[in-house]
Design a protein around this ligand. Structure first.
Ligand code: CP
Length: 302
């Protein structure tokens, strides 16, 4: 593993190794001194062409906890606005000494393109509607901590699957680990073709949630929708919003996940988002240990 471009490139053993390594780093993060010297002398550059709160911050913290130097590249104040190309920007960052380039971009395939030009390890922090592999890994880490394992686990991923890179990575990750994955949402956002991924498709929310162990809600990604996929936000919440009543259809100990950012009152009721069943903030916390594990794995397997 020189780069982490997508879950589709990972074997089951590689995913399991990252999750085990993340457990070790989660222990480090409980100590008074939450730091190890693993990446001392290395440089991690966060190259984000799209907004981010969770992913950028947790990559920065993960790199700092591993003692790396971190540069947060700011697109609006960079020479990108003067017309510098993506490849020239990335090559410039490499010439400044980057060992890891963590990239987020609105175009699918940008991390793959950079990996063909750079000696540095490229990590995909979300590319268009394609993949968001570290989100799926931190989600798997969170599920494993709550449920112990994946075999036979019923996971419902609900909402805008079509435009969601989180869903694509999670489908691959959870299927590889042995979970049963249901995709739930309107036919416009969960087209029939997803069945080819080996998942079940539900166009009825109540049916889709019945008996599941994990509910993963997704944000409606209006910035990636080029036309109306549903009549209105009110209508969407009425049909596809996770309310306490709908949550009661899942297993009694089902957990509620969301990669964030959440739109309360559109895909999730605020009482559910803040309930004891919600592990949404745990997902954020687990992102640091998981991203430490990814950086470590790439560093020891160059
Ligand atoms: N889950 C996620 O990618 O969140 P951010 O956009 O805040 O990084």
């Amino acid at each position: 593993m020189r780069h982490l471009l997508g879950i589709r490139d990972l074997k089951r053993e590689e995913i399991e190794e990252i999750l085990e390594t993340a457990e070790g780093f989660a222990d480090v993060l409980k100590r008074d001194i939450k730091k190890v010297p693993t990446l001392r002398g290395k440089t991690v550059v966060n190259l984000f062409f799209e907004p981010s709160t969770r992913t950028r911050t947790s990559f920065e913290l993960a790199a700092k906890r591993l003692s790396a130097d971190v540069i947060n590249f700011s697109v609006p104040t960079s020479a990108v606005v003067k017309g510098e190309s993506l490849i020239d920007t990335a090559m410039t960052i490499q010439a400044l000494g980057a060992d890891f380039v963590v990239v987020r971009h609105s175009c699918s395939g940008v991390p793959h393109l950079l990996s063909r030009h750079l000696r540095a390890s490229v990590i995909n922090a979300g590319d268009g509607i394609n993949e968001h592999p570290t989100q799926a890994l931190l989600d798997a880490f969170t599920i494993k901590r709550h449920k112990g394992g994946f075999k036979g686990l019923k996971v419902a991923i609900v909402g805008d699957i079509l435009h969601s890179r989180v869903a694509k990575s999670n489908i691959r990750c959870l299927k590889t680990l042995g979970a049963e994955v249901r995709l739930v949402g309107p036919p416009t956002l969960v087209p029939e073709g997803f069945r080819e991924e080996g998942v079940e498709v539900y166009w009825d929310m109540d049916e889709g949630l019945r008996g599941v162990d994990v509910i993963m809600m997704l944000r409606i990604q209006l910035e990636r929708q080029d036309r109306g996929f549903f009549p209105s936000k009110n209508e969407y919440f009425r049909l596809w919003g996770l309310t306490p009543e709908r949550l009661s259809l899942a297993a009694r100990d089902a957990i509620v996940m969301h990669p964030g950012p959440m739109n309360r009152g559109i895909e999730i009721d605020t009482d559910v988002a803040d309930s004891e069943r919600s592990v949404i903030l745990e997902q954020v916390t687990n992102g640091i240990a998981t991203r430490m594990a990814v950086l470590y794995t790439l560093a020891v397997n160059p």
